[in-house]
Design a protein around this ligand. Sequence first.
Ligand SMILES: Nc1nc2c(ncn2[C@@H]2O[C@H](COP(=O)(O)OP(=O)(O)OP(=O)(O)O)[C@@H](O)[C@H]2O)c(=O)[nH]1
Ligand SMILES: [Mg+2]
Length: 308
Amino acid sequence: MPMPHRTFVQVAKRRLVGKEGTERVRILRGLIEELPDYRSGPYADIRKWLHGEIDATRVRAKTIHRDSIAVRREGAAQVALVGAPNAGKSSLLQALSNIQIKTGDYAFTTTRPVAAVTAIGGVRVQLVEIPGLLEGAAKDRGGGRALLGVLRNADAMVYCHAASAPPEILAALQREVAAAGIALPALLAATKVDEEDARVDRLAVAFGDLEVVPVSVLDEESLERFREAVWRLLGLVRVYLRHGGVVEEEPLALEPGATVEDVADGIHHELAASFRAARLWGPSARFPGQRVGRTHVVADLDEVEILH
Ligand SMILES: Nc1nc2c(ncn2[C@@H]2O[C@H](COP(=O)(O)OP(=O)(O)OP(=O)(O)O)[C@@H](O)[C@H]2O)c(=O)[nH]1
Ligand SMILES: [Mg+2]
């Protein structure tokens, strides 16, 4: 009498927890051996799943080997999602972008940084889930040092914490980030606020120095408010380019303090060296079409025409 298929899956998952590389492949092979030899039905599905896991494990092993856990930057800025296991980071990432990512009601669903691009303030911003940061991460517990390395490269970070969870877990994580010498602009997303036992007030008191943004992936308006908060956090400056009265649809996104020269550089490095002056419309212009030099500091929502 073979083991019931559901039990088999549970046993398999338990044996695979925390196993990677050749050891994981060996366990997967063993499981395939133990599997009753049916050609169809649930056992055939399980066999297919196990073979898929072998392939995925090999791909992961290669990727880790080649390129530790670096994340290729995309978009105008990179924002890291940091938080205890099960805080709702993947769910938020998924709700804000088009990616399909595994979420689950257990810790360590995500094991490597996952990135997705989303529109924030009308510009492309990359969100990166930093998984599994634990107390002791700065001392490399749970491979924490490499994960903190990814975080260090971000432009800003969002602490994610379930509104119903005690603040202490997050406070410990904050200490790890500080111990690693990372000081990025940050806000706190109080996640899963649709849950009955949500306590946003408790988080707001415990983390008085952070802006607290209540979010639920089930509430579109809360996601929009989250986007707006991230936009303010980044403090980017959007500049629209004009060519003979026509305004481009997509703005350039620049760092605060950017000048007309940075605008020209955003179009082309050579242009930055050769242009004479610019015309300006919008918040930083004294009057529409004002002529300005290369050192003029632009403001959010300015329109700029580079004069050759
Ligand atoms: N009710 C409710 N549940 C949520 C919300 N966001 C996430 N969850 C649930 O919380 C659990 C954990 O979500 P994940 O997104 O996997 O959390 P994570 O932080 O990525 O977890 P790890 O990758 O394991 O560190 C899942 O069961 C989600 O369905 C939310 O806004 N409301
Ligand atoms: Mg996750």
